[in-house]
Design a binder for this molecule. Sequence first.
Ligand code: GLN
Length: 309
Amino acid sequence: MSMTDMQKILEEALVMGKEYTRQGECASYIPELGRADKHRLGICVYTREQKKFSAGDTKTRFTLQSISKVISLAMALEHCGFEKVFEKMNMEPSGDAFNSLIKLDLADNKPFNPMINAGAIATVGYLVSEINFEEMLEYTRRVCLDQEITLDQRVFDSEMSHCSRNRAIAYLLQSKGILENDVEESLEQYTRMCSLSVTAESLAGFGMVLAGGGLHPTTGQRLMDKSAVQVVKTIMLTCGMYDGSGEFAVRVGLPSKSGVGGGILSVAKQRMGIGIYGPALDEKGNSIAGRHMLEYLSQKLKLHLFAED
Ligand code: GLN
């Protein structure tokens, strides 16, 4: 495919995506996120040939939110190992909202998966005694190929003063012996990771690293453990879009992770990383225009994991 073809497809996706922004709303349960302009929209593709294509707001900074769960999971797998991470956590889609705690107190008491809040708080909980925030930030900058990533203090403060639900989840995890390290420290570290500010370009870079099995796309340096990348991508495919993961897998067919800041990270194995910014969310907390743009791109470029010729 020529460069102009790819650019054209992204521009078309953007025009089509803009039709949807008015149907969604910015997250407001974290007041600072509610201040975003819901009509912003951007898409960036980083290809195996090391070409970057952008359309719309691809340099606007926004916070990672739930996309940080991918990073925390990869780090926990690398630092603690698969057995430890999944000793007290399952790897099944939940079918419930990302911040639900109902089923956590039922069934076998384990969080459903590391892509929802309960699982991610538990994951970060494993890490707090092993590594500090600076190391997590450095890792994030490396895998996103973006040295400019910093903590958005306003979003962090805003979430910390409105996090009763996550605090309830964290204490419930402690009561069940899942969270063994300090609860408040784990909650703060989780929230810090959610408050790192990225761009659609950083997400495309991260997507390309995942697409290439954990290697830096230009230097070939190993940035992530190969087996961690395999686990992370599988869980993104089955659980990355919260309780919308099943339909998204059918329509788009790419391992992806969304965040309530409006970002979506998508991975087309060996081919490209895709980063989206669109803060207007659907009722499940996924970027509404982002979902539609990814569906369009997946069809146009035949990116679906199970695409038939
Ligand atoms: N920081 C947010 C929370 O914990 C992240 C949720 C999300 O992006 N879905 O509620």
